[in-house]
Design a protein around this ligand. Sequence first.
Ligand code: S3P
Length: 448
Amino acid sequence: MSGHGTPIPMTSYRAGPLSGTAGVPGDKSISHRALILGALSVGETVITGLLEGDDVLDTAKAMRVFGAEVTRDADSTWRVNGVGVGGFAEPDQVIDCGNSGTGVRLIMGAMATSPITATFTGDASLNKRPMARVTDPLSLFGARAVGRAGGRLPMTVVGAADPVPVRYTVPVPSAQVKSSVLLAGLNAPGQTVVIEREATRDHTERMLSGFGAEIVTEETEEGRVITLTGQPELRPQTIVVPRDPSSAAFPVCAAIITPGSDVLVPNIGLNPTRAGLFTTLREMGADLAYENAREEGGEPVADLRARFSPDLSGVEVPPERAASMIDEYPVLSVVAAFATGRTVMRGVKELRVKESDRIAAMAAGLRAGGVAVEDGPDWWIVEGRGHGNVPGGQTCASHLDHRIAMSFMVMGMATQSPVSVDDASPIATSFPVFEPLMAALGADIRRG
Ligand code: S3P
C-alpha cells in the first residue's frame, strides 16, 4: 500500500527517442467495478486484464472481508464468487482502502443498504479527502455515517436495515458519487434515480446492465437521468478489462514531447467519457493517430500512435470536456509547458480534491522547473515555453499522488535538466509497471 512505506525518490533524465509498443495495464475504474459487481452477484465472475495495482488489490481485499471469495489464478485470471445483492457479511476488521477514493466511495455505496456496519480508513492522502459527497446521498437511503471533522476518514457507516429508494441529483461532476448511489440503489426496493448534469464516466451503468440489472439512461433537459430498478439478481459475468486510457496518457504524452519518438499504445478504450485528453492533444497539434479503430465489448477501441510533435500550440480546454479528462490535466499541463502560447484550463475545481490538490501540486513543480503558471479556485493557465526551452532541474513533491509523480517523470524526458520527485511510490496504485515500461521505450528514469 502506498503512503505507508519508505518514500522512493525518482529522477527522469533527458531521453533519446522513445520507440516501441507500450502495453499499458487494465483500466482502474473498470477493475474496481468488476470486483464489486462480481461480489454482488451469485456465482463465479471471471475477470481477465484486471489492473493489479494497489488500489484495485485493496478493493479485492475488501470484497473478501465482506464475504466474497476472490482468487487469482497463476495466469492472472481473477475469480470472484459473489454473495449476491444484499448478501454482504459484516466485516470483522477495518476496511483499508489505501490511496483509493474510487474504492472507498463505491464500497460505501455497495454496503450502505445492508444491515451491517463497516469502518473505513485509508492512507494519509485518502484520509484528507471529502466523503460527505457520498455519505450525504447514502443517508437518504437510511444509512448513517460518523467520521472525522469535515466528513473525513476514518469513518464508520451503519447500513440501512430498511432502505428506501432515492432520487438524487449529483451536485458535483463525479462518477464516484453517481456510482456509489447506484450501488446503494441495488439493495433498495423500487427505483433509484440518479441525475447528473454533466456526463461522467459511465462504466457502472454499462456494467450493471451487463450483470443483468434493469438500468435506463435518458438524456433530458435536466441532464442524464439514470433509473435503476432495485433488488435484481445479478448474474456473474466474464469480463475482459480494457487497457486504461488514463495510463496510456503517460507514454502518449512522453512520445509527443520527446524528440524523435514514435510509440504505439495498443487497445485503448476511447469511450467518449474518458477520451478528452486525446482530443485536446490533437487540437494542440500533436501527431497522435487512432489506428485500427474498432468496437470491443460495446466500447470504441483503437491503437494510439504518438509521435514527437515539435510544433504544439497552447489551447483553451472547454470546461464541458473536464469530466472526460479529469485525471489527465496533470500530464496535459506538462505537454502545455512544451507548447507555444498559453493553455487555459477552466471548470476544474474537482482537481483540488483528488489524491492531492492537483492544481497546486503541478503549479508548484512546473514553476520550480521554470514554467509560469497562474491559478485560481477552479482554473489554471500554463505559459508554454516551446519545445527545447523548458529548463527543468527541479525536485517536485508528489503528495502521495501517482499521477503527479508520473507527470513529472514525463516532464524530465524533454527538459534541459533532469526532473525529480520526492516520492514515486504511489505510482504502484495505478501503473505498477510504469518504470520497466517507460525504460523499454527508451526513457532514462532512475531511482534516487
Ligand atoms: C473515477 C472517477 C473520477 C476519477 C477517478 C476514478 C471512477 O473521480 O478522478 O480517478 O472510477 O469513478 P470523481 O468521481 O471524483 O470525479
